[in-house]
Write a protein that binds this ligand. Sequence first.
Ligand SMILES: C[S@@+](CC[C@H](N)C(=O)[O-])C[C@H]1O[C@@H](n2cnc3c(N)ncnc32)[C@H](O)[C@@H]1O
Length: 350
Amino acid sequence: MVTALERTAYQLSQSVRLGWYSVQSALASRLSERVRAPAALRAAMPSVATLSEDRRRLMRRDLENIEAGYYRLPHDLVDNPAAVLRQTVLYFSDLRAVNQRIRRGVAAEVRAPDLEHYPDYYRRSFHHQTDGYLSRRSAELYDYQVEVLFGGAADAMRRQALVPLHHFLRGKRIADQHLADIGCGTGQFLTFVKDNYPRLPVTALDISPFYLDEARRRLRHWSRVTFVEAAAETMSLPEASVDIATCIYLFHELPTEMQDKVAARMARILKPGGMLIFIDSLQLGDRADYDALLEYFPMAFHEPYYADYLRRDLGRVFEGTGLMLEQINLAYLSRITVLRKPGTPADQRR
Ligand SMILES: C[S@@+](CC[C@H](N)C(=O)[O-])C[C@H]1O[C@@H](n2cnc3c(N)ncnc32)[C@H](O)[C@@H]1O
């Protein structure tokens, strides 16, 4: 039950959030070196008004989900102003380095000798971010950068995963279930999971020790959290050990052969009857009016595998792992796909 006061608090805080990040985004564009989109793409771009109305629609849906009891009001409804200011300063001081990288192009990859044991495809300055995913500073800045990129809508898009999670967990003993978030980043999504299901055992898996450290910091107030530093394509979580796998914004940053391997691993770790909740960027054709924007994205922000991702038939990738498609939902710039491993937990006991 959401009170009138809580509803107002949500609406106010999210309006401030959208306004704040939209202004930051506009300012960052002005201060940034940007690759100009080809004329044909420019002509087909969605307008600022469309994007901003779609973000507001997402927030209305977020509130409807909360009112329907699918999940709680966000725990971080009111951000700490000092922390936001600190991140703003960090973000804008980093812009100069980002601009230099844009000017130099892809030569500016992450090449420090002590990082050579990471896969080559991964040592990239994704989004031109300083150090790629391989420093404490990058981990500290990541969520702020993502929110600026999405005009404040990133968390609300991630929260859409809590709806199928609610349906899956309904009537089950929470402490007996196990969720693994693959490519968990700074653990932001898991903070929403744990805020709703404090007794749910979760595994936070990522290849970056720096991002895992940030996730550890954010999740320190909750118990039953295991951190695993591993590449998803070789992760050794036991077969059929997980009831729910979540994977958010990882695939568009993987080359296609890695996508196949990670999809197979996720299917393997799921128990029969288990659920995969998969969120990533829209693909071409999901929303024709957004296609030009999607095509422009890898030109403007360094995303080496995104152009392939946009055209990949992910349905076939997952079909090849034996997972069954249950549901697809679009939420602003994201697509939420829900898949099931055939069978029931009883099959496993046989
Ligand atoms: C775009 S971020 C998404 C993070 C988080 N899921 C979110 O919602 O923001 C991609 C994350 O995947 C991690 N990652 C990339 N390749 C990986 C791999 N092969 N195995 C495990 N993690 C990987 C990165 O370190 C980064 O934390």
